[in-house]
Design a protein around this ligand. Sequence first.
Ligand SMILES: C[S@@+](CC[C@H](N)C(=O)[O-])C[C@H]1O[C@@H](n2cnc3c(N)ncnc32)[C@H](O)[C@@H]1O
Length: 224
Amino acid sequence: MSWNMYKTHHRYGGVRGDTLLDFGTGASIYHLLSACEVFDKIIVSDLLEQNRTEFQKWLNKDPDAFDWTPIIKGVCELEGNRENSEKKAEKLRSKVKQVLKCDALKRNPYDPVIVPPADCLLVCLCLETPCKDVRSYCNVLKNFKDLLKPEGQILILGTLNGTYYHAGKKRFSLLSSKKEDLEMAFKEAGYIIEKAVYTLRADKSNIDVADYEGHYFIHAHKPK
Ligand SMILES: C[S@@+](CC[C@H](N)C(=O)[O-])C[C@H]1O[C@@H](n2cnc3c(N)ncnc32)[C@H](O)[C@@H]1O
């Protein structure tokens, strides 16, 4: 069971609503498995077509799709319902209403589509690469406000103090974010922080793959 899956499962406490917008989904579902219990509709989105296609394969039960069964079972276990992993997968599939293209660096990240304001925006490990500095991170947060209803919630999971990560042979830069900078960015962008959690990286065995020092989780909301 991955750290991210565990954390994401536990962080929905109290957050619920009609629509969840997942930003920078990649081809992942781990962070949506608990969300599908508390939201009626989920819109997933990513910059890259290959990620959207891969997600769509899982949605369509394509035989080539990545097998998420062990992760689904893990989440069911965390939720105290370990026998129902197939039902859980079906529930998530039934809640995903759209797979959209998005770009964090655009004023309207869904341009030319106008997505109706959502109850909650979920962003897991997506902003570290597109945002080159805290100013750019803050601008993205400001633009995200238009994607939310008044009092809409934002949940962001990210890495702390990293400079790079590798995906295969490709090297990506990471936004080197510090606790104080992140909280300041949320405040400057006009959010009210409800909770901020910081954890240090325990296992540094894969430091050559990525050099971040920990994770942060910030739960905030847009004012009325
Ligand atoms: C590390 S993956 C995280 C995927 C997923 N959220 C997860 O937690 O497994 C980062 C994702 O951000 C997407 N991404 C990178 N730049 C982006 C941008 N400018 N706008 C939207 N998504 C972007 C990538 O395509 C990739 O799917």
